[in-house]
Design a protein around this ligand. Structure first.
Ligand SMILES: [Zn+2]
Length: 188
C-alpha cells in the first residue's frame, strides 16, 4: 500500500495518508477530513458536514478504521517475514527508530565538538603557551564554554543511544589502534 503526504486542512500538520483513503482523521488536532482528489492534486477538506456519499459519520470512522487495520496488516506481515528469517529477527534489537538514530548522530557530533574544543585548549594554551590577555578569551574561555554546552547536550542523550554510541566509539578506537599499530605511528 502506498502513502501520500497531505496537510491537515485544520492545523496544517503533515499526514501520511494511504493513497486509497477517502477520509482521514488528523492525528494532531483530531479533525475529520475528506481527501479530495482533483486531477493530479490531492488535498484535504474539513468534513464539517458528512460527505454526500456517506451521510452517517460512523461510516467515516469505519473507513478510517479500515485504513488503519490495513496498515496494521502490513506491519503484521513485516513481523511474520522477520519470523521466517531468524537471522534478521535477531538483528531487530539493533534497529533504531528515527529519534534514536538522530540521538546516535548527536552522540557522535557532541563528542566530536567536545574534542575540537579540547584540541583548541590543548594546542594553543598548553602546547603553544599563548596565554596572555585576549588569548585567554580565545584559547581558554571560548573552548571551555563550547565544551560545557556540548557536554550538557551529550548528557541528555538516552541510555540506549549512549550504549550504542559507546560501542561504536570503542569499535572506532579498536580500528584506529589497528591502523596505527597500537597508537605508535601516524595514520597514513
Ligand atoms: Zn490537524
Amino acid at each position: 500500500m502506498s502513502f501520500e503526504t497531505l496537510n491537515c486542512n485544520e492545523c496544517g500538520a503533515l499526514l501520511q495518508v494511504p493513497s486509497v483513503a477517502r477520509y482521514v482523521t488528523c492525528n494532531r488536532c483530531g479533525a475529520h477530513l475528506v481527501v479530495q482528489r482533483a486531477g493530479i492534486t490531492t488535498y484535504t477538506e474539513s468534513a464539517r458536514q458528512p460527505a454526500p456519499d456517506s451521510p452517517d459519520p460512523t461510516w467515516r470512522e469505519m473507513a478510517d478504521r479500515l485504513d488503519y487495520l490495513e496498515h496494521e496488516g502490513e506491519l503484521a506481515r513485516v513481523e511474520e517475514y522477520l519470523e521466517h528469517f531468524p537471522e534478521l529477527a535477531g538483528n531487530r534489537a539493533l534497529l533504531l527508530d528515527l529519534d534514536q538514530g538522530a540521538e546516535l548522530v548527536n552522540f557522535g557530533a557532541c563528542l566530536g565538538f567536545m574534542a575540537v574544543n579540547l584540541s583548541v585548549l590543548g594546542h594553543y594554551f598548553v602546547r603553544l603557551r599563548q596565554r596572555g590577555g585576549s588569548r585567554m578569551w580565545a584559547n581558554v574561555i571560548c573552548p571551555a564554554i563550547g565544551f560545557a554546552i556540548c557536554f550538557l547536550i551529550w548528557l541528555s542523550i538516552s541510555p540506549l543511544a549512549m550504549r550504542v554510541g559507546a560501542l561504536w566509539t570503542v569499535a572506532g578506537l579498536v580500528y584506529l589502534g589497528v591502523q596505527t599499530g597500537g597508537f605508535r605511528r601516524k595514520l597514513s
